[in-house]
Design a protein around this ligand. Structure first.
Ligand code: PEP
Length: 247
């Protein structure tokens, strides 16, 4: 049985003092039986890397450049992340797709860069509310996923983590229902089955307003391998309860 993966996405939150308190609390209560990572803002990678050392909680980043080096002011390369002990990189979060206009193709190229650097990309896919209401959820997911398959051979694609994050559920307090989530996860699993050899080994996460009260039902879904947690990952008791629900 695959261990579940719970990933905290701190977004643009934290400072050195608060990070230390939050992580001390998380480290003090982390259950065994679940894989866990925290994706922190770039300036705190060094600090968090040091705090997490030897703990079993992995370090993650929230974005990366598709390029390896050069004149890309403000950007950060995969090698720089690896240099600080990063193992997971969130790619194509809806906030990046929307606020930074990242296309499916840019997200796919970033995914290639992360895999080339031997790190694990957590590729976010998901529909907006308007897309769901007009009945095109599966077409949107297919387009986002097909962009990955266009640039990644099957054996490499096998190493991605997919996070299904309906845009309308992120940061809104309105999680998708278990039925809605399972329907999409099963669609993603079907897509994987057509593109990789061992579709069941690819981790597929759900993200979008996961709370301690909803985590168990969501993680218990047949195709859910864990979650990507935004707001609730900033509160140690909530995050730990979510991790326990996955353990
Ligand atoms: C996220 O940022 O990926 C996310 C799922 O946020 P939240 O849990 O706050 O909805």
């Amino acid at each position: 049985m695959k261990r579940k993966l719970v990933v905290g996405n701190w977004k643009m939150n934290g400072d050195r003092a608060r990070n230390r308190v939050l992580l001390d609390q998380i480290l003090g209560g982390m259950p065994s039986g679940v894989d866990c990572a925290v994706c922190v803002p770039f300036p705190y990678l060094a600090q968090v890397n040091e705090i997490l050392e030897g703990s079993g909680i992995a370090l993650g980043a929230q974005d990366v450049s598709e390029f390896s080096d050069g004149a890309y002011t403000g950007d950060v390369s995969v090698a720089m992340l690896a240099d600080w002990g990063v193992r997971f990189v969130v790619v194509g979060h809806s906030e990046r797709r929307t606020l930074h206009h990242e296309s499916d193709e840019v997200v796919a190229r970033k995914t290639v860069a992360v895999l080339d650097g031997e790190l694990t990309p957590i590729v976010c896919v998901g529909e907006t509310l308007a897309e769901r209401e007009s009945g095109v959820t599966e077409q949107v997911l297919m387009r986002q996923l097909d962009a990955l398959a266009a640039v990644l051979p099957s054996a490499v694609l096998q190493r991605v983590v997919i996070a299904y994050e309906p845009v309308w559920a992120i940061g809104t307090g309105r999680a998708a229902t278990a039925e809605q989530v399972q329907a999409v996860l099963s669609f993603v699993r079907g897509w994987l089955a057509r593109h990789v050899e061992a579709a069941n080994e690819v981790r597929v996460l759900y993200g979008g307003s996961v709370k301690p009260e909803t985590a168990e039902a969501l993680f218990g879904l047949p195709d859910a391998d864990g979650g990507l947690i935004g707001g609730a990952s900033l509160d140690a008791p909530s995050f730990l309860e979510i991790c326990r629900a996955a353990a």
